[in-house]
Design a protein around this ligand. Structure first.
Ligand SMILES: [Zn+2]
Length: 114
């Protein structure tokens, strides 16, 4: 278990304000802004911006790769606290890792609760 000085912040890329195509830096999954909005609205896909501590630039990740990336860089046993930042809210939540590939990302239900 690694203890971090600060809670990791991941930023949700809002489909409403996104005007350009979007691409995951890990798996190269790419969508037009229009398709991202459709997938986002139907709760199928989320993209996030993340900057690891002590690095300079943000990278975009699809939600599958976001969890994998965090897990590889900050191995956690059961859960990892993260701050999820959206255009309207900041949530402090816990990230769960599951081997079930259909349910890798444990945040999506909470994310859409307003
Ligand atoms: Zn990806």
């Amino acid at each position: 278990m690694i203890y971090l000085n600060a809670v990791l912040e991941i930023i949700l890329i809002d489909s409403e304000s996104r005007k350009r195509a979007i691409k995951c830096s890990a798996c190269d999954l790419s969508y037009s802004a229009r398709d991202y909005k459709l997938l986002f609205d139907s709760k199928k896909l989320l993209y996030f911006k993340f900057k690891a501590p002590k690095t300079k630039s943000y990278k975009n990740f699809c939600h599958y790769c976001m969890v994998d990336h965090l897990y590889k860089n900050f191995p956690f046993e059961d859960e990892l606290p993260v701050k999820l930042i959206t255009s309207k809210y900041e949530y402090v939540c816990k990230l769960y890792y599951s081997d079930d590939s259909d349910d890798t990302f444990g945040l999506s239900d909470n994310l859409f609760k307003k």
